[in-house]
Design a protein around this ligand. Structure first.
Ligand SMILES: NC(=O)c1ccc[n+]([C@@H]2O[C@H](COP(=O)([O-])OP(=O)(O)OC[C@H]3O[C@@H](n4cnc5c(N)ncnc54)[C@H](O)[C@@H]3O)[C@@H](O)[C@H]2O)c1
Length: 435
């Protein structure tokens, strides 16, 4: 074990489960650093902080399926429940060839923090299968999803742990998960997953919810630093569910979306790109490549003159290399974990305000919460009601975190962790240790 592994007062190595390699902690290592940063602000609750440094439950399952060509393939699947002190687990399922236990653990922990930061009554969980779904047929993908759901069946459920879509999973995958769980339990349980098709108990407004949350939180932050949205220049990385909706809402509010990058190209127009037309274009072509606008080199994206930067694609995009070149006054994290801790420090030193992922992209889980509530009562709300409630929750959450940041003179990320970890550990303390 590396010397970086923490020790307790008895000198005993702890906080690092034996199934992790201390020298290759991956995203879990980043999460542990974030917990260390918040610990000094937890007061007497710091006594419970070890709770946050290990998942409550980590399940690894073998997922065998018969491929269309008759061979049998085995895939590694995970479901991690990081913390359930405040309610059932909640978090997405990712299908990706690079998924690891460390990554799923970190994502589950960030869900604990996110759910507590916006004060929805959930713990944090996450799942994944180590597979490149593009190599599977539709039928193979269905078999994989159903077998995985069956394997994790004993720990999920509407009042235990509620999965949702994440990278490379969608409403169809959620429909298969819901059906498999329902078949195994003998009755239809729509509330076992969120992000379902509308016809199967999904919620209006869910598709736009994360991008809308990015806009709401971003607008609050902009107001606080005296930045007018009307006329502001916005650069967006990622033009998918999160990035495109956020770009559209900023465009509608009078901002100029001057640069957009996706996995194929980077487009720039200082007068503002035509976002609605670009969305229409991307919905057919699957990319913005070929749409009108000046084409930039990939790395030039980070140097574009702008007021607001929205990373809404992948993890680890804002790094020590590009953080010194960013011109924006405000960064709104649509993606999960887009800024490395070192880059975070550079942005802080440069007085660039960062709205962290755990609050900025929490709109998705907030409307997932609405979906779950609607499923329980079998009574569905209008899109207007959903959007109004979403805006209220996001604004209240942001304002509370802003105040904590001001009071403690810390970044919004640390403030969000203070608010969230305090709520989680208060719940832990009040519940007490069983037995
Ligand atoms: N969808 C949600 O509700 C939700 C909620 C919370 C967080 N997130 C996070 O937001 C991020 C984006 O999710 P999404 O649902 O919009 O995904 P998506 O698949 O709909 O879109 C991803 C976008 O990123 C682009 N992209 C991929 N690789 C890129 C690269 N190397 N450089 C530039 N662009 C690249 C793709 O072209 C695409 O436009 C992820 O980090 C996800 O975990 C999503």
């Amino acid at each position: 074990m590396s010397s970086a592994a923490p020790t307790n007062i008895a000198g005993q190595k702890h906080a690092l489960p034996s199934y992790l390699n201390a020298d290759h902690l991956g995203p879990w290592g980043i999460y542990l650093q974030q917990v260390d940063r918040v610990t000094p602000y937890l007061g007497s609750l710091a006594r419970w902080v070890e709770t946050l440094k290990r998942p409550k439950r980590a399940m690894i399952v073998d997922v065998p399926i018969e491929l269309d060509n008759g061979t049998i393939a085995h895939f590694e699947g995970y479901r991690v429940q990081h913390n359930l002190s405040r309610g059932p687990g909640k978090g997405g399922v990712r299908f990706h060839q690079d998924v690891t236990l460390s990554e799923v653990m970190a994502l589950s922990a960030w869900m604990s923090v996110k759910n507590a930061a916006v004060n929805v009554p959930y713990g944090g969980a996450k799942g994944g299968i180590r597979v490149d779904p593009r190599t599977l047929s539709h039928a193979e993908l269905e078999r994989l999803t159903r077998r995985y759901t069956s394997e994790i069946n004993i720990i999920i459920g509407p009042s235990k742990d509620i999965p949702a879509p994440d990278v490379n999973t969608n409403a169809q995958v959620m429909a298969w998960m819901m059906d498999t769980y329902s078949m195994n339990s003998g009755s239809t349980a729509t509330g076992v997953v969120t992000g379902k098709p509308i016809s199967l108990g999904g919620s209006l407004g869910r598709h736009e919810a994360t991008g809308r949350g990015v806009f709401v939180v971003g607008s609050e932050a902009a107001r606080n630093i005296g930045l007018e949205i009307k006329g502001a220049r916005v650069a967006v990385q990622g033009f998918g569910n999160v990035g495109a909706v956020a770009a559209k809402l900023f465009h509608e509010a009078g901002a100029k979306v001057v640069a957009v990058q996706d996995h194929r190209t980077t487009l720039f127009d200082p007068a503002g790109l035509d976002v609605p037309a670009m969305m229409e274009y991307a919905s057919h072509s699957g990319t913005i490549e070929g749409f009108r606008g000046e084409v930039l080199r990939t790395e030039q994206f980070w140097e574009v003159d702008c007021d607001i930067l929205i990373p809404a694609a992948l993890e680890g995009q804002i790094t020590v290399q590009n953080a010194p070149k960013i011109t924006a006054k405000l960064v709104i994290e649509g993606a999960n974990g887009p800024t490395t801790p070192q880059a975070d420090d550079i942005l802080r030193e440069r007085n660039i305000l960062v709205c962290p992922d755990v609050i900025a992209n929490a709109g998705g889980v907030t409307v997932s919460y609405f979906e779950w509530v609607q499923d329980f009562s079998s009574f569905f709300w209008t899109e207007e009601e959903i959007n109004q409630r979403l805006v209220r929750i996001m604004q209240e959450a942001f304002r509370a975190i802003w105040q904590v940041a001001q009071d403690n003179k810390v970044t919004l990320r640390t403030a969000a962790f203070i608010v969230a970890c305090t709520r989680i550990l208060q719940a832990r303390e009040m519940r007490g240790l069983y037995p």
